[in-house]
Design a protein around this ligand. Structure first.
Ligand SMILES: NC(=O)c1ccc[n+]([C@@H]2O[C@H](COP(=O)([O-])OP(=O)(O)OC[C@H]3O[C@@H](n4cnc5c(N)ncnc54)[C@H](O)[C@@H]3O)[C@@H](O)[C@H]2O)c1
Ligand SMILES: O=P(O)(O)OC[C@H](O)CO
Length: 337
């Protein structure tokens, strides 16, 4: 694999911009591709992205473009468009070349139409690419401001994982290399769904004890599904698993958590989605996560009630009764449904 200097970021939203800044701080040459020409012109002319990172201006040099052909010579690409647009973005890339370089999946979700992890989607659309994942506790706003955090960078090829970690490492951004591509995706996908549940508990004023209990039982679900799919325990208890779950299930900075709060306060999911506000990936992942669980004989009761609340078939009060009246069991049985 060639060394990583030229880095392309696809996606001009909050996370794409924050990761482009991080790569520049790490000393990389960065091209940011954004679909929206306004984002490109704001970055080019004023070094900021006010729609997605309001109040943040940057000194780092980032080349912004809306022409996808400009990313063709990158040594590595970071894919940072919403999870459900991954296939579409990859297909657009495939029209330009075969990209036999690392493609780092930074979105957190599972493809709704197929139930596939984004790494599977990548392998189908760009079979020559080297699939990698970047995930962990990281609010775009914090990262863009240079506040410190640590993340997981996973690639089956251990050398490539290390090279990617080095390529993205900056004074306030510490990537840990991993070879567990599946495990690194499960935490990010499920924590968004579980954060909606925790937000609903807060919005309904059910108390901090309920929020903590739900987070811990949510972690049991994340672990069960991850283990069934072959994830390593260290990944699930690490930055992209437990680390991101704790962050997202406890902070009003999280869009998924805030989506849950609104549900808890009585808003309808369909209305929130129709309003097209901030991206809450968990609303798009809940149902497909439950289906993925079923295919692997894994029960995901919290994800299940979140999916039912989002579809409008279950109220929050009924969801609580459903969860609290499940058969009593030993905590040690958590790994087995
Ligand atoms: N914001 C964060 O703190 C954060 C942190 C880690 C991971 N993520 C993940 O990163 C992904 C992107 O999130 P974000 O925060 O950047 O979202 P965002 O809403 O801020 O930005 C999404 C961007 O994608 C673009 N986009 C939407 N559909 C597109 C399409 N079909 N083709 C090309 N571009 C398209 C939008 O124009 C926008 O620029 C999500 O999966 C999210 O879970 C976000
Ligand atoms: O704002 P959220 O809920 O999409 O969370 C952002 C990041 O995934 C946190 O690590």
């Amino acid at each position: 694999m060639r060394s990583i200097n030229k880095t392309a970021v696809l996606g001009g939203g909050a996370w794409g911009t924050a990761l482009a800044l991080t790569a520049a701080r790490a000393g990389r040459q960065v091209t940011l591709w954004a679909r929206d020409p306004n984002v490109v012109s704001e970055i080019r002319s004023r070094q900021h992205n006010p729609r997605y990172l309001p109040g943040i201006t940057f000194d780092e040099k980032i080349e912004a473009t809306s022409d996808l052909r400009d990313v063709g010579s990158a040594d590595a690409l970071l894919l940072v468009t919403p999870a459900q647009t991954t296939r579409e973005t990859l297909r657009a890339l495939a029209e330009i070349g075969s990209f036999a370089v690392p493609i780092v999946l930074c979105a957190k979700g599972i493809e709704q139409s197929s139930g596939k992890l984004l790494s599977q989607v990548l392998s189908e659309e760009l079979p020559d690419a080297i699939p990698a994942v970047l995930s962990g506790p990281s609010f775009a706003d914090d990262v863009a401001k240079g506040l410190p955090t640590a993340v997981t960078v996973a690639c089956e090829n251990s050398d490539a994982a290390e090279m990617l970690a080095i390529a993205m490492a900056a004074p306030s951004f510490r990537p840990y290399a991993s070879t567990d591509v599946t495990g690194a995706q499960i935490g990010g996908a499920l924590k968004n769904v579980l954060a909606i549940a925790c937000g609903a508990v807060v919005g309904r004023k059910l108390g901090a004890s309920a929020q903590a209990a739900l987070t811990a039982r949510g972690f049991a679900e994340l672990t069960r599904l991850g283990s069934a799919l072959g994830a390593q325990n260290e990944t699930l208890t690490g930055l992209s698993g437990l680390g991101d779950l704790v962050l997202t299930c406890s902070s009003t900075q999280s869009r998924n958590f805030r989506f849950g709060i609104e549900l808890g306060e009585g808003r309808k999911a369909a209305d929130l989605i129709a309003e097209g506000g901030k991206l809450a990936e968990g609303a798009h992942t809940a149902k497909v996560a439950v289906e993925l669980g079923r295919r692997h004989d894994v029960e995901l009761p919290i994800c299940e009630v979140v999916a039912a609340i989002i579809s409008g078939s279950l109220s929050i009060d009924k969801a609580l009764t459903t969860l609290m009246s499940r058969p009593l069991k030993h905590e040690a049985e958590s790994g087995r449904n």
